[in-house]
Design a protein around this ligand. Structure first.
Ligand code: ATP
Ligand code: LTN
Length: 327
């Protein structure tokens, strides 16, 4: 029997942080054994805000290296670059014709990202979720593992799939979201907002490129809650976030961590947390440095060939159902 498909992607926009890693990449690794996994580097999404072309190119290569260094195995999974497959843009255009302004105006990420600059935001930033729907639907994806900020986009994808199927005939699989335990890692400087690569302060996140000294410094500076008890509770959002990171880096349960640190100060707890993160991240950094650009180019070329074959076939069916073209 054919394996079900998983699809996910990250924008090659510079910093990869532990929110991206624990919220997305880490669960991709677990899925690649049981699913036909496609992991994309979504450069067309990245240009919805201005990018420096030379930096974008480098970020694409680096993102592929992070995928591999973290444990995505190119023998098991298809790793590829979105813009290598023009069908993503073509399907996005077709889906634009069935997406409604009312659907799009509900999208909170656009509101967050455009903020006060709505009038100056690109049309592409507004349309971003439709391109994401195209990414997913093009490959008959069953499962989309993402952090919780993307759930609304997968919901839109489901709406568009159903609407298209109803209007033109059964074509797309209606996918579902898969959330991880690290689905929402919060900023170290503000536990009420998600950790983000577009944060103003570097003390918001721990990047996968941060060295041990930087990680120690950032964890030391991380905000904590009032009181001194180390407990996992909703009314202690900062500690909850730090305990989540500790759990994700080591696999130790919250109950065990609470017991271990029952008599400890925040300082001691943070020192151990920093070391746990360093132990987890340093081996990934070592693997990153060992991968050459040539190796990555080969992997991305092979990935694109596989993705293209599937995408082209799907687009032939889509065009025919819509009545596009002349043959
Ligand atoms: P930005 O914050 O600038 O929007 P980003 O850090 O969210 O960027 P993306 O490329 O948009 O980066 O996200 C890649 C993946 O990482 C997505 O699946 C997203 O849900 C996940 N992710 C991002 N931030 C977090 C976070 N703080 N916690 C958990 N998952 C996250
Ligand atoms: N919007 C996502 C990235 C993304 C994606 C996708 C994730 C683009 N296309 C398809 C899953 C499936 C984000 O991380 N901000």
């Amino acid at each position: 029997m054919e394996r079900k498909r998983v699809f996910s992607g990250i924008q090659p926009t510079g910093t990869v942080h532990i929110g991206n890693y624990f919220g997305a990449i880490k669960q991709w690794i677990a899925l690649q054994d049981d699913y036909d996994a496609l992991y994309c580097i979504v450069d067309l999404h990245a240009i919805t805000v201005p990018q420096k072309p030379s930096a974008l190119r480098q970020n694409i290569i680096n993102m592929a290296k992070w995928y591999i260094a973290a444990g995505i195995d190119p023998q098991k999974s298809t790793i590829f670059v979105q813009s290598d497959i023009p069908a993503h843009s073509e399907l996005a255009w077709i889906l634009n014709t069935i997406a409604r302004m009312g659907d799009m105006e509900k999208m909170t990420q656009f509101k967050d990202k455009s903020g006060d600059g709505r009038e100056r935001a690109s049309v592409a930033l507004f349309d971003y979720p439709v391109l994401m729907a195209a990414d997913i639907l093009l490959y008959d994806t069953h499962i989309v593992p993402v952090g919780d900020d993307q759930v609304q986009h997968v919901e839109l994808t489901r709406t568009l799939a159903r609407r298209y199927n109803k209007r033109f005939g059964e074509t797309f699989i209606v996918p579902r979201t898969l959330l991880s335990h690290g689905a929402r890692i919060m900023g170290l400087d503000n536990p009420h907002k998600k950790m983000s690569k577009s944060a103003v302060s570097v003390y918001n996140y721990i990047a996968l490129t941060d060295n041990a000294e930087t990680i120690r410094k950032k964890i030391k500076k991380a905000v904590t809650d009032s009181g001194s008890e180390i407990v996992y509770s909703d009314d202690k959002p900062a500690l909850k976030n730090l305990l989540t990171l500790y759990h994700l880096a080591t696999g130790t349960s919250f109950a065990e961590l609470e017991a271990r640190y029952a008599q400890s100060s925040y300082g001691e707890f943070k020192r151990d947390l920093a070391e746990a993160l360093i132990d987890h991240i340093v081996p990934i950094q070592e693997r990153f440095s060992a991968i050459s650009d040539e190796e990555v180019h080969d992997i991305l070329t092979r990935g694109a060939a596989r993705a293209r074959a599937y995408a082209n076939e799907k687009m032939r069916a889509v065009r025919a159902l819509c009545g596009l073209g002349h043959v």
